[in-house]
Design a protein around this ligand. Structure first.
Ligand SMILES: Cc1cc2nc3c(=O)[nH]c(=O)nc-3n(C[C@H](O)[C@H](O)[C@H](O)COP(=O)(O)OP(=O)(O)OC[C@H]3O[C@@H](n4cnc5c(N)ncnc54)[C@H](O)[C@@H]3O)c2cc1C
Length: 452
């Protein structure tokens, strides 16, 4: 049967299920076939032609089950999409088929006021969930800088960390994701409840091994985070103060460092750029005086901009993580970026790379907790001079001891440590035995298929 025939048969089977909200308007098919992969000039030409053939926005878990069963019966690929803000083409349907929007499923199902544990449907926006949690004096532990639009399901299936990573590490660290509800791609699809251990294999799997219909997450007591900036004349001082802040006993939710030449191309929400390098911090109110002392010790200036205003959309959060790249590209197209964990000590490697690459590599750092230790992650801005030079730059970073997480590739593994996770592949065998979910994104599955 051709794909066209399979789609016709699928539509025939689903025609009377209004809860599936089927759409095939060409504009909608195009919109739902793209995400923020255009940050990568390597991915852009590779993904531009991929197109969904049908879009569905199920309104209930029962409708998701019917959609999954029908796609399996007719051999039609299915790619799940939240807000579509991923940077690596995570929700681009490489082989066409159905794109399933999760935004029809956005209920907060359960909140335990004693433990703070929340169970939520995948299409709930992170901003909405955070707002609801704050009513109960709780907050999300980890958020991407796209938290205003990103969905909870998209963050867990496609993201890794961000705001909060200095305190709470990364999404795949044990203790964040406590359970999942998942609908398999089988002809008798019925949702399964997964405990914390089973859920691990679907965390950061790009929706290749099961449709997530609910997530159970831990949360944190809410803090009235203050926005604090520290300006330093010298980059070495900026890095030293950043590390001193991270190693102090002060509670931080964000610790970003921007070189002066990055800062001057960003919106002026953190105050005017005066040729200084700047740290952007979210700090618990009881720690501001201590950070003032640390800054003064290095001859740096600290500014307390006051508590965050969540209504405004122009906070320090929106200058951090990949929002730095967003603003840089808006001010001057032609920049792309890399992601890496810097070696320790950080400065010699940064200096050596600067000596070689000059102003084609500008530093943007984020403090993170990596396996319990404070480490420096970098999302440097890179002037695009072609794929060969980008590869050379990544090799050079590795030669200086950095662990590179390549944002210019489409598979789960190649954007991570490069190794196949057998548990992710086994979960795909269990929940998507015909390999129909987001095809082409799990290298371990493709290699397994090639070897059998
Ligand atoms: C400016 C900018 C800044 C960013 N900053 C960060 C950051 O700080 N940290 C970070 O980690 N990422 C960041 N990202 C990437 C992205 O925004 C986040 O990972 C975000 O959480 C993705 O959510 P989404 O709803 O847009 O997911 P989508 O892009 O829609 O989906 C992401 C992946 O999850 C899968 N998926 C979605 N829902 C489900 C489901 N219910 N079941 C199974 N699979 C599912 C999709 O198939 C896809 O593979 C940034 C991107 C941009 C453009």
């Amino acid at each position: 049967m051709t794909r066209a025939d399979a789609l016709l048969a699928l539509r025939h089977d689903l025609a009377n299920i209004s809860e599936l909200d089927l759409q095939d308007d060409p504009g909608q098919l195009l919109r739902c076939s793209r995400d923020a992969y255009d940050y990568s000039p390597v991915l852009s030409p590779k993904l531009a032609g991929a197109r969904a053939q049908l879009v569905s926005r199920p309104q209930s878990v029962a409708a998701v089950e019917q959609l999954a069963a029908a796609c399996t019966k007719h051999g039609v690929p299915l790619t799940v999409r939240g807000a579509g803000t991923g940077n690596y083409g995570q929700c681009v349907p490489l082989e066409g088929g159905v794109v399933m929007l999760t935004t029809g499923l956005q209920r907060i199902r359960k909140f335990d006021p004693v433990t703070g544990i929340v169970t939520v449907e995948p299409g709930c926006q992170m901003s909405q969930l955070d707002q609801e949690l704050r009513r109960h004096h709780r907050e999300l532990r980890l958020l991407p800088s796209t938290w205003r639009s990103a969905t909870v399901g998209g963050f867990v299936a496609g993201g890794s960390g961000g705001i909060g990573s200095i305190r709470w590490g990364f999404l795949r660290d044990p203790g964040h994701l406590l359970g999942l509800e998942v609908v398999p791609m089988t002809t008798d699809a019925h949702c399964h409840q997964l405990n914390e251990v089973e859920a691990e294999a679907l965390n950061h799997s790009y929706g290749t091994n099961g449709i997530i219909t609910a997530l159970t997450l831990s949360t944190a007591p809410a803090v009235n985070w203050h926005q604090v900036c520290i300006d330093c004349m010298d980059w070495a001082d900026a890095v030293a103060v950043l590390l001193a802040c991270g190693r102090s006993a002060v509670s931080l939710q964000l610790a970003t460092a921007l070189e002066a030449s990055v800062l001057e191309r960003l919106p002026g929400w953190s105050g005017p750029a005066k040729g200084h390098h700047r740290l952007l911090l979210l700090v618990a109110p009881d720690g501001i005086a201590s950070l003032k002392r640390l800054a003064a010790h290095a001859g740096a200036d600290l500014q307390d901009l006051g508590p965050e205003d969540f209504n405004a959309g122009n906070g320090l959060r929106e200058l951090s993580w990949n929002h730095t790249t967003l603003h840089m590209r808006a001010s001057e197209p032609g920049w792309t970026y890399l992601q890496m964990l810097l070696p320790q000590p950080e400065l010699p490697a940064m200096q050596a790379l600067r000596d070689h690459w000059g102003d084609d590599l500008l530093w943007h750092l984020e403090l993170v907790k990596q396996q319990g230790s404070v480490r420096v992650a970098a999302l440097p801005l890179v002037r695009w001079r072609g794929a060969a030079l980008l590869e050379q730059l990544m090799d050079d970073c590795r030669a200086h001891g950095a662990v590179v997480f390549n944002p210019h590739v489409i598979t789960v593994e190649d954007g991570g440590l490069g190794v196949v996770d057998g548990d992710q592949v086994s979960a795909k065998q269990r929940f998507d035995p015909d390999g129909l979910m987001n095809p082409g994104k799990l290298r371990g599955w493709l290699e397994r298929a090639q070897n059998s």
